[in-house]
Design a protein around this ligand. Structure first.
Ligand code: SAH
Ligand code: SF4
Ligand code: F3S
Length: 433
């Protein structure tokens, strides 16, 4: 009997979740089927992230925790972690059978079909990377999907492992993206999020550009909402900012990682912008689209971050008032330039700075959400909420989640007029009018 049942678990960024869905499409096409129960699986696949040590450890210890049930199961570690450590993985974790980097999933599927034992490492890139349209697996009734538009990154921010795990920037040709979107539309998708490590660099290797791409996608009548992430401040153009006014179906939302409020630290991070430049972008964006939501990432405890540097970060956050913020404690990563610097902010101090910013952001996010109370907005209804019976979850024009209690049925995928009645830290509440 063919072993064809797989269990898949995903860690990491949107890119990894997108890859997992595409891997499912590939596997299912070849006669495999997904199981949600670990015990019944023949293959356990863990899609991993190495962006911080904690993320890396979580994925591996998940697989390790299943060692006792290893009997007849094949353990597969895929994604960024194997890409970073290659065959070293086998030396460190002898219970793992197959390892595969993020650009070799076609080879991975062929390997699973024929697998009869032994240790296998797959890192050579699939030739078909972009020659074949391969859409993510869409569960019945799902109306939203990611579409990746680039792979890799060549910015080499000094703390970041991504250029080493995902390689060079390669843009997906526009015709392939459009093809993918048409297939997704046929499956009922109405909302698209374009993803890439830095979407603003889309096309620079193939003579295309991100703005034309957005406009092309906006032309599809079936697509009701479009979002994108992530953006790098060094690549935000005025033309892009103006699209927030020109394209009505584009979410008025910009995720623009700040990383630090100190020019000294930004320089050490190799971010290629200053705080002044960052603030100017924010000013322009808010001028074009006054109620836009802006979210960001910050790292605390980077090497040589002194109290004065941290205070600058704190002050900038107070000044900008992000709608939401992801705060990370610096984690040294192999192969990166910053790994050569001393990790010289003490653990307790990183913890303290982390907590201070989290506390600050709590207040700011709540305030930003409360400010929306009373507004009437065209909300895209995504799905039923699991939070409460009779409640739907939608997205405001600026991509904030809003919970709506209503007796009206089958409103998923519609854009409805909603009045915001309450703002909490993570959610808005609204009623249909
Ligand atoms: N390409 C995206 C995402 C990179 S990873 C971007 O450029 O923003 C997501 C976030 O993780 C980064 O923005 C950064 O804030 C954080 N991060 C990356 N490497 C890190 C490290 N070594 N330690 C702590 N946080 C890190
Ligand atoms: Fe990493 Fe910087 Fe590339 Fe983002 S832009 S993936 S932080 S190297
Ligand atoms: Fe992690 Fe790889 Fe994404 S390191 S953040 S899964 S690109």
């Amino acid at each position: 009997m063919m072993r064809n049942r797989y269990y898949i678990k995903t860690y990491g960024c949107q890119m990894n979740f997108y890859d997992s869905e595409r891997l499912k499409t590939l596997l299912n096409k070849e006669g495999f089927s997904e199981v949600k129960d670990l015990e019944t699986a023949d293959f356990i696949i863990v899609n991993t992230c190495s962006v911080r040590k904690h993320a890396e450890d979580r994925a591996i210890s998940f697989l390790e925790s299943l060692k006792s049930s290893k009997n007849k199961k094949v353990f597969c570690l895929v994604g960024c972690t194997p890409s970073l450590y290659k065959e070293e993985i086998f030396e460190r974790f002898d219970f793992i059978d197959i390892i595969c980097g993020p650009n070799s999933y076609k080879k991975f599927v062929n390997t699973l079909k024929e697998y009869s034992g032994g240790k296998i490492g797959l890192f050579e890139e699939d030739e078909i990377l972009y020659q074949e349209t391969l859409v993510p697996y869409i569960e019945k009734g799902k109306i939203t999907s990611f579409v990746s538009i680039t792979k890799g990154c060549e910015n080499f921010c000094s703390y970041c492992v991504v250029p080493y795990t995902r390689g060079k920037l390669i843009s997906k040709p526009i015709n392939i993206i459009i093809e993918e979107i048409k297939i997704l539309i046929d499956k009922g998708v109405k909302e698209i999020f374009l993803i890439g490590q830095n979407v603003n660099e889309y096309g620079k290797d193939i003579g295309e550009n991100f703005i034309d791409l957005l406009i092309r996608i906006h032309d599809f009548d079936e697509i009701l909402r479009i979002g994108f992430l992530t953006s790098h401040p060094k690549d935000i153009s005025d033309d892009l900012i103006n699209l927030f006014k020109k394209l009505p179906k584009l979410y008025k939302h910009l995720h623009l990682p700040l990383q630090s409020g100190s020019d000294k630290i930004l320089k050490l991070m190799n971010r290629k912008y200053t705080i002044d430049q960052y603030l100017k972008i924010i000013e322009k964006v808010k001028k074009v689209s006054p109620n836009i939501s802006i979210t960001s990432d910050v790292i605390v405890g980077f090497p040589y971050e002194e109290d004065v540097d941290f205070e600058k970060t704190y002050k900038v956050i107070e000044e900008i008032k992000f709608d939401d913020l992801y705060v990370f404690k610096y984690s040294p990563r192999p192969k990166t330039v910053a790994n050569e610097y001393p990790d010289n902010v003490l653990k307790e101090e990183k913890e303290r700075r982390h907590q201070l910013i989290l506390n600050l952001q709590e207040k700011i996010s709540l305030m930003r959400n409360m400010k929306m109370v009373g507004e009437i907005d065209n909300v895209f209804i995504r799905k039923k909420s699991i939070k409460k019976e009779g409640t739907y979850i939608g997205r405001t024009f600026n991509n904030k989640p809003v919970l709506i209690e209503t007796d009206i049925k089958d409103i998923e995928g519609k854009v409805l007029k909603v009045k915001i009645i309450k703002g909490e830290r993570h959610y808005l509440w609204g009623e249909i009018i």
